[in-house]
Design a protein. Structure first.
Length: 364
């Protein structure tokens, strides 16, 4: 088990509790945040209701109402947000009340979004139950829903009051969910530096102690960039490494099948392609690119892509939130720990990166 105790950080308005037993601090936090007549509401998905709610062990008030959604990206929609608003309205919730979000990135993105707009903004608390939620989605105040097959096209910044990151929830995850979350941890390691990168290369996604060390490492780098650039106008965009291609791959997979692919699977492919762009454009080390490409391809499935998909992927990338003036912009790496952002890349080079993902060595 994770043995270094609970660590408490603060990121802007959010208290962030990390470590074994962090979730058991929820009740004390709610008592300290209590105001006269304040009420609490729970947003979960059907999996977290079944497997995770009991692990909170009475930390929520007995009067806490619950709204449970279907798991998966299909629930990140304006239609589902409206259902939640109507539920809160029916419960006579006020802006002084708090929405507690128990789940992965879908739940915290959707919950943060609905909380940000209900009565012009109610408070929220995130309890991430997936590795990807712990590593990324629950931290930093980004909220959002999808528009059609476009990822996170509608959203805003709404920082939670608190985030509780507890490895007890990792025990509920299937193998593919752990691998998916590991991709975000690996991205943060690349952004941190050589020692972090080597640590990630030698950590197995079933090693809870190792994962918690990587989670803290990921939190440290994410908090660094969020403090520098809270609303994602500059330096924080470094955290998007792997996500321009990754989101396009994820959107295309969602369009073609109901299940799509997991976010982390798409980001892993994105890091391979954007690592290639980093080598060609910003001088990232070819040997290191080959090393981590082999590592990621060992753990993640073959991409659901073919070379003929390049036009559609580029079309999707043109809708990316980071773009300016109609140009596709990428966050790349000059080296581990040395990112570059707002890098304009020509379409032909993007095609070469897609070929590299597909093992087309002629792309080089």
């Amino acid at each position: 088990m994770f043995s270094t105790g609970i660590k408490k950080d603060r990121l802007l308005s959010a208290e962030i509790w990390t470590g074994q037993g962090a979730a058991a601090q929820l009740g004390n936090f709610l008592q300290s945040a209590h105001r006269h007549n304040r009420r609490y509401f729970l947003l979960s998905d059907r999996n977290t209701h079944l497997h995770c709610l009991s692990r909170l062990d009475g930390q929520l008030p007995e009067t806490c109402g619950e709204f449970s959604i279907a798991p998966g990206e299909g629930s990140k929609s304006l239609e589902k947000a409206r259902e939640i608003w109507e539920w809160l309205q029916g419960e006579q919730a006020s802006r002084d009340d708090i929405l507690v979000c128990l789940g992965g990135g879908v739940v915290t993105d959707l919950g943060g979004f609905t909380a940000s707009l209900f009565k012009r903004g109610m408070g929220c608390i995130h309890i991430p139950t997936t590795l990807i939620g712990m590593a990324d989605a629950a931290i930093g105040g980004k909220t959002g829903v999808n528009l059609g097959y476009g990822k996170n096209q509608i959203g805003c910044f709404h920082h939670p009051l608190a985030v509780f990151i507890d490895p007890v929830f990792l025990e509920t995850l299937e193998e593919d969910q752990l691998r998916s979350g590991f991709a975000e941890l690996f991205k943060c390691a690349l952004l941190t530096g050589d020692r972090a990168y080597e640590k990630a290369m030698h950590t197995h996604h079933r090693d809870t102690d190792g994962l918690m060390r990587l989670i803290q490492q990921a939190l440290d780098v994410k908090m660094k960039y969020v403090r520098l650039d809270p609303e994602d106008h500059g330096a924080r965009r470094a955290l998007n490494f792997g996500h321009t291609l990754g989101h396009a791959i994820e959107s295309l997979a969602m369009k073609r099948s109901a299940g799509g692919i997991l976010h982390g699977e798409a980001v892993a492919l994105g890091m391979i392609g954007e690592g290639f762009l980093s080598w060609r454009i910003t001088g990232f080390c070819w040997t290191k690119l080959q090393e981590y490409t082999a590592f990621l391809k060992k753990y993640f499935p073959e991409p659901p892509l073919k070379a003929a998909d390049a036009d559609e992927l580029i079309s999707i990338m043109k809708m990316d939130k980071k773009n300016k003036g109609g140009k596709i912009l990428f966050s790349l790496l000059k080296d581990t720990g040395d990112p570059a952002w707002d890098m304009e890349v020509e379409e032909e080079m993007v095609r070469k990166a897609i070929g590299f993902i597909l093992k087309d060595q002629s792309s080089c």
